[in-house]
Ligand binder design. Structure first.
Ligand code: AMP
Length: 288
């Protein structure tokens, strides 16, 4: 059974007995509208921790466009059912007023240029919003392990850096991207895609899969691989926000591909912006 708590004090009180007993706490922060990708994070936490906590908070400080915040899908009842099935013990829900009361003005910003490329280049302030809310949630929950999806690999790299730099006493656990049978990465935003755009969006995994094959066949020129990738996304009607080859840790662009390179994409299909990525050290999953 998943119990819901909607205040910081109630959550701390709920977790205190387990903490006193020395039980481990696994934490999965989300913005709700849950799907099998989120479920895989909760299941992993369930397998590795004594107590599993998830949070649902549509964090206003990480949205750079108010239309996106307003349009973000919400479905608390559906979410609760998924969390219960996956074995989540506690669901923490909260409100913008509780997280950012009047006078709030402290922010967590990760340096090193990690937020300058990729999503950071076109979404000013986004990662500052993410790191600030994740730091707050880490303080509220006090987890031993926190689970994040590799689908948002820039977010993951930035949170790992934040935890290293600020001595958060927890382990960040990266979890593989869960995909639809046709390869499209699961995302809450997929629900916003009209059917024809949903059909065209399979160009994302298909182009990454083709790039993975080119790399496996010995291609090492980023420009050539990215050129082919852009072409196939554009011929599917995608409007490219970025398509880049970057180092997995520094996120700096790379001209030569190697096993530490990640191909990262953000593409609009209609009004909906989708992201995906592939780490070249791994095989790309089968695409139907
Ligand atoms: P969100 O609710 O979109 O903020 O996502 C919450 C967490 O779920 C983040 O750590 C995401 O990276 C992760 N996540 C989202 N989609 C997927 C997916 N398709 N596979 C695995 N993890 C995911």
């Amino acid at each position: 059974m998943t119990r819901i708590v909607d205040s910081k004090a109630a959550l701390r009180a709920a977790l205190a007995p387990a903490r006193r007993r020395g039980e481990s706490i696994g934490f999965v922060p989300t913005m709700g509208s849950l799907h099998a990708g989120h479920r895989s994070l909760v299941e992993r936490a369930r397998a590795e921790c004594d107590l599993v906590v998830a949070s649902i908070f549509v964090n206003p400080t990480q949205f750079d466009r108010s239309e996106d915040l307003a349009a973000y899908p919400r479905d608390l009842e559906g979410d609760r059912a998924i969390l219960a099935e996956a074995g989540c013990d506690w669901l923490f829900t909260t409100s913008p007023e509780a997280m950012y009361p009047a006078g709030f003005d402290s922010w967590v910003e990760v340096g090193g240029g990690l937020d300058e490329h990729l999503c950071g280049a076109t979404r000013p302030g986004h990662f500052r919003g993410v790191t600030t809310v994740v730091a707050k949630l880490f303080h509220i929950v006090g987890p031993d392990r926190a689970y994040f999806g590799e689908k948002d690999f820039q977010q993951l790299a930035i949170i790992e850096q934040m935890c290293r730099d600020l001595d958060f006493p927890l382990e960040v656990i990266p979890c593989p991207t869960v995909r639809e049978p046709d390869g499209l990465a699961l995302s809450s935003r997929n629900r916003l895609l009209p059917p024809e755009a949903r059909a065209r969006a399979i160009a994302l995994p298909q182009s990454l899969s083709a790039a993975a094959r080119a790399y496996a066949a010995g291609q090492r020129e980023a420009a050539s691989v990215l050129g082919a990738l852009r072409k196939s996304l554009e011929s599917a009607g995608g409007r490219i926000d970025y398509a880049e080859a970057v180092d997995a840790r520094s996120l700096a662009p790379r001209e030569q591909l190697n096993d530490h390179t990640v191909l990262a994409l953000a593409v609009f299909f209609g009004e909906v912006r989708l992201i995906d990525n592939h780490r070249l050290a791994r095989p790309f999953p089968e695409v139907r």
